[in-house]
Design a protein around this ligand. Structure first.
Ligand code: IPM
Ligand code: MN
Length: 350
């Protein structure tokens, strides 16, 4: 099979983790006899520097031509004071919207080799295996009107029926292949948009009689994730809540650097590790590339339907974790491995 993939390394550690992920992709191509057709584009701060805009037209065209896009990270401290529309992050948000990747799948699992890496007690994190389905192209991130002046600023959290329905279908279909439970997270004791969300989720759920549905308020969900994460199978939630809760997932997984994600719509797939650009460790060959490498596995599964290959990558990640050759964020007993070493180790374990 020919895999036509666009790489958008972006900013900070994005370039390093993407390079490691590409090494693994190449190893997969070699082992399983697939050809790679890789292109590279600009997104985020690097795109602002080179073209004046975080999501240039050329990048958009490249995304449309590729079967799948692998993003590294976006964000640079020099833009901290810039308005949202002129920040690197606006590039990623623009791309998600253009590709209409409304469902962001963020699996959170505790690998057996990593129970000691989490600051939480072993008996709490052991056996965690959940997936957050984060609505990605609506809600507070995109709602209009929005604005800021001297004495007031405002954003809008808004959802249409169609937006809630489609991501709910994604969550229920996923649950059907897992432990058959969906926890829909909202703030319906305060927000109209959450009451609407809950109502639409209940309606859609009627089409999936074999899936258990429960509702949880977002504040409680944050607490339950660190209290008893094994209770969750699929967690469905709106854009902002999903952003926040998935970082809590990083604690369960041992490090946010472990978390991969798949952003899916009707047509295109965008694959992005959950972590940010981590300017504090950028350029030091220290970043954990396993979130990016896990995102490659997700790409093989969801865009290309290559289950055998996806499983091979995930198994290789497991082997490397067991070998202890991991980056500093995972608190290894011995000397931490570099980003490159981890990429190489996963490729070899394949
Ligand atoms: C994420 C990130 C992004 C988001 C930022 C970089 C815009 O935090 O993917 O979780 O908020 O969606
Ligand atoms: Mn985030």
């Amino acid at each position: 099979m020919n895999l036509k993939i666009l790489l958008l390394p972006g900013d900070g550690i994005g370039t390093e983790v993407t390079a490691a992920a590409v090494e693994v992709l190449k190893a997969v191509g070699k082992k399983f006899g697939h050809t790679l057709d890789l292109s590279e584009g600009l997104l985020g701060g690097v795109a602002i520097h080179k073209t004046g805009t975080p999501f240039p037209k050329e990048t958009e065209e490249l995304c449309q031509k590729a079967d799948a896009t692998l993003m590294g990270a976006v964000g640079l401290p020099e833009f901290d004071a810039a308005p949202p529309s002129q920040r690197p992050e606006a590039g990623l948000l623009g791309m998600r919207r253009v590709l209409d990747v409304f469902a962001n799948l963020r699996p959170v699992r505790t690998w057996p080799a990593l129970v000691d890496s989490s600051p939480l007690k072993n008996h709490v994190v052991e056996g965690t295996d959940m997936i957050i389905v984060r609505e990605l192209t609506g809600g507070l991130y995109y709602g209009q009107p929005r604005g800021i002046d001297n004495d007031r600023a405002f954003n809008t959290m808004s959802y249409t029926r169609k937006e809630v329905e489609r991501v709910t279908h994604t969550a229920f279909k996923l649950a059907g292949n897992r432990r058959k439970k969906v926890t829909s997270v909202d703030k319906s004791n305060v927000l109209e948009v959450s009451q609407f969300w809950r109502k639409v989720v209940i309606e859609v759920a009627k089409q999936y009689p074999n899936i258990q549905l429960e509702h949880m308020l977002v504040d409680n969900a944050a607490m339950q994730m660190v209290l008893n994460p094994r209770q969750f199978d699929v967690m469905l939630t709106e854009n902002t809540f999903g952003d926040i809760l998935s970082d809590v997932g990083g604690i369960l997984a041992g490090s946010i650097g472990m978390l991969p994600s798949a952003s899916l719509g009707e047509k295109k797939g965008l694959y992005e590790p959950v972590h940010g650009s981590a300017p504090d460790i950028a350029g030091q060959n220290k970043a954990n590339p396993l979130g990016a490498i896990g995102s490659v596995a997700a790409m093989l599964e969801y865009t290309f339907g290559l289950m055998k290959e996806a499983n091979a990558v995930n198994n290789a990640i497991g082997k490397v974790l067991e070998s202890g050759r991991v980056t500093a964020d995972l608190r290894p007993k011995g000397k931490p491995a570099t980003t490159q070493e981890v990429g190489k180790a996963v490729s070899e374990a394949l």
